[in-house]
Every structure is written in C-alpha cells, then in structure tokens.
Design a protein around this ligand. Structure first.
Ligand SMILES: N[C@@H](CCC(=O)NCCCC(=O)O)C(=O)O
Length: 250
C-alpha cells in the first residue's frame, strides 16, 4: 500500500505564559487525518530561516490555517492602525512566500480564514479591517458564546457560483457556514476567481484560476465540522484527493 501523503500546515507564533510556541489548533491537524486521509506536518513560523522549497520538496499539499491575527497591511500597501491588529509578523514572513511557491509548483492548497486572506494578499489583493463597519455588510465576527461548538456554529448561507469548482465539490448552489472573522477581501488579487459570496456580497471563497492543482480558499471553517457537516467533509475529501494525486504523480 502506498504511504499516506503529507500535508504541510502553517503555524502561528504565539507567546503563552512567557513561552513562545509555534502552533496551530488541533481542529486543522485532525481534519487532515480524518477529512483528507493524509499525515499532517507542522511548519514553524520562522520566515526565511526555513527554505520553502526544501519543505515543499517533501510534501503533497499545503493547508493554510486560520488564526485570530491579521496579515500586516504593509503587504497590501496600507499603513497599520489599531484596527488592523493583532499581527503575527513571523507567520506573515512564512506564509506569503509559501503560498506563491506552492502555487508555482502546482502543489494542492487549501486556505482557511486567515489563510484565505493570506492567499489574496500573497497574490496582490487587499483586505478590509472590520467589515461589519461598512454600510450594508453583515457582522461576520464570532458570536460571544462560552463554547467553541457555539462559536463555530453554522449560521449564514453562502451562494456558490454557477460552474465553480466548489459548487461541484459540495454538489449544491448554496450551503450554510460558520463565521469567525473581522476582516474581508477588499480588492481581489489578479488570478483569483470568486467561488462563493455571502448575502451581503462578502467574498467567501476563491480559487486560483491558473493553478495546476486544487487551489481553493474559504473564509469559513470547514475543518471544525469535517466529520459531521457534509459540505465540510466534501471540501476536505476533495483536497485529500488532490493531495493523493500529487503524491501518486511524484
Ligand atoms: N484574523 C482574521 C482571520 C480570522 C480567522 O482566521 N479566525 C480564526 C478563528 C479564531 C477564533 O477561534 O476566534 C480576521 O479576523 O478576519
């Protein structure tokens, strides 16, 4: 039997109780095992200290995880304000080059929430801070609730575009998703195609048009309910199939 493929997951750099960690939530790690049938490998947020190609030579897919921090606005030509915080400079220095190189090399990529925003910025797009402050936009932030199951509760519809890859994957033109973000896509990066929108027009999913492999980003969190929500499971299964195909073609 062929060995299970390897998927690289991005980490945050965070200081907890005075100790600095490179870490990502268990939900992403477990979704790679149970949803994509692959083996998760965590990439520390160490920027240029780790050569991207050395790592990409050894993996079959990349999962850009979510995180509460925001991409620094200097990467899309804006000055930072308190609204743009918190930042994670080590993560930005790692993920932005990683995304560009993974796409150039045709390595399957799934980008979630902060990862979705990173995908847009890495390819030349920009972000809005606090999208709920814009006229006519919904409040996409996490509900104030005591448990993660409640915070990650599925709560608003997204419309999947006709003839999009995501609509084919989930076999629907509308699904209901969770929502835990302040920021949203402002200018869409060249080369990205919108795959899904929220009722207020917020871009909820994209794909990289010219990518040689699966290259999809979603603003919501399919990893959280991968074992119980059908569309979430189908997204991870499609990513896992692309990862397996990449491994088989090596
Ligand atoms: N920081 C960005 C990205 C949001 C994101 O990735 N959220 C992950 C969920 C974190 C949580 O548990 O609250 C933004 O806010 O837009």
């Amino acid at each position: 039997m062929a060995p299970r493929p390897l998927v690289l997951l991005t980490c945050d750099q965070r200081t907890v109780d005075g100790t600095t960690w490179h870490a990502t939530p268990a939900t992403y790690v477990e979704a790679i095992v149970y949803g994509a049938d692959a083996v998760p490998i965590l990439l520390p947020a160490m920027g240029g200290a780790i050569d991207v190609d050395t790592v990409l030579d050894r993996v079959d897919g990349v999962l850009l995880t979510g995180a509460r921090s925001n991409v620094h606005p200097m990467f899309y030509g804006e000055d930072p304000t308190p609204e743009h915080e918190p930042f994670d400079a080590a993560r930005d220095a790692t993920t932005l080059p990683l995304i560009r190189r993974a796409i150039e090399r045709g390595i399957p990529l799934l980008a979630i929430c902060r990862g979705f925003q990173e995908l847009n910025v890495a390819l030349g797009g920009s972000l809005h801070a606090e999208i709920q402050t814009f006229e006519g936009r919904m409040d996409h932030r996490a509900p104030a609730a005591p448990t993660d199951d409640q915070r990650y509760g599925i709560r608003h519809p997204v419309h999947l575009v006709d003839d999009g890859c995501l609509g084919r994957i989930v076999e629907a033109d509308e699904i209901t998703v969770n929502s835990l973000h302040h920021q949203g896509l402002a200018t869409l990066a060249p080369g990205l195609v919108v795959e899904a929108t929220a009722p207020d027009g917020t871009v909820e999913a994209v794909r990289v048009e010219a990518a040689a492999a699966f290259a999809v980003g979603v603003q919501w969190h399919p990893e959280y309910w991968v074992r119980s929500d059908k569309p979430s499971g189908k997204i991870f299964a499609a990513f896992g199939a692309a990862v397996a195909a990449h491994a088989a073609a090596r």
